[in-house]
Design a protein around this ligand. Structure first.
Ligand code: CA
Length: 230
């Protein structure tokens, strides 16, 4: 899952980006509304954390533009979580009117932010809380745990994020470009083989946990797919 943090306070922006990356998300940062708006047109974000008080184009204006379709062609509208220092009722209602899906009043606890993000992203996938399952695979996003046939997997944050993305799209063929866009951030070099290398290391760990078949199959020329009943 790829997130954009639009926040003009550098310390807060950095702290949020660092914390969310530790949670396994790919995170880009924009320092003002204009930059956020531009990035959201280029990258298919799953969710945008949007500060309300921004210099120039403010959070509500960015929100309206995202709502109006400022995003890469074919990409679904990102979820929008508004961050606001102002607790005035009119700001909250205004933000929700502009198309925000939820809001959080500053200062907030980081755990609260993570819980809200998880809840918003869950609205897109199947019910069942933070646990994703397919065949013998089970991944608990809130606990950062993944298992195959009950055997715990020791995954890097990228391997975990990759498995989560595949599990949220069972049976779908997912291209390398899609993985690069949703699991990696803007610092990833598309010329490297980073996706292939991470798929390879993840497959090794899945194989080591047992099971007859490799759960991640390659669909030649198209990408990867989680095998049915893997
Ligand atoms: Ca601000």
């Amino acid at each position: 899952m790829r997130l954009l943090v639009v926040e003009d306070e550098p310390d807060l922006a950095d702290a949020l980006a660092r914390g969310l990356r530790r949670e396994g998300y790919a995170v880009d940062v924009a320092r003002d509304g204009e930059e956020g708006y531009v990035k959201a047109q280029v990258y298919p974000y799953d969710l945008v954390c949007l500060d309300l008080g921004l210099p120039g184009l403010d959070g509500r204006a960015v929100c309206r533009r995202l709502r109006a379709g400022a995003r890469p062609e074919g990409a679904p509208r990102p979820r929008i979580l508004m961050l606001t220092a102002r607790d005035a009722l009119e700001d909250r209602i205004g933000g929700l009117d502009d198309g925000a899906d939820d809001y959080l009043v500053k200062p907030f606890a980081f755990d609260e932010l993570v819980a809200r993000i998880r809840a918003l992203l869950r609205r897109d996938s199947q019910p069942g809380g933070s646990v994703l399952r397919a065949g013998e695979l089970e991944l608990d996003a809130s606990r950062h745990e993944a298992r195959r046939g009950g055997v715990p997997l020791s995954l890097t944050p990228k391997e975990f994020a990759l498995l989560r993305y595949l599990l949220s799209r069972p049976g779908e063929v997912v291209s390398e470009g899609q993985l690069l866009a949703h699991v990696w951030d803007e610092n990833a070099d598309p010329r490297t083989r980073t996706v292939r290398v991470t798929v390879m290391t993840l497959r090794r760990k899945l194989a080591a946990a047992g099971g007859a078949l490799q759960p991640i199959e390659t669909v030649v020329g198209a990408g990867y797919r989680l095998r049915d009943g893997a």
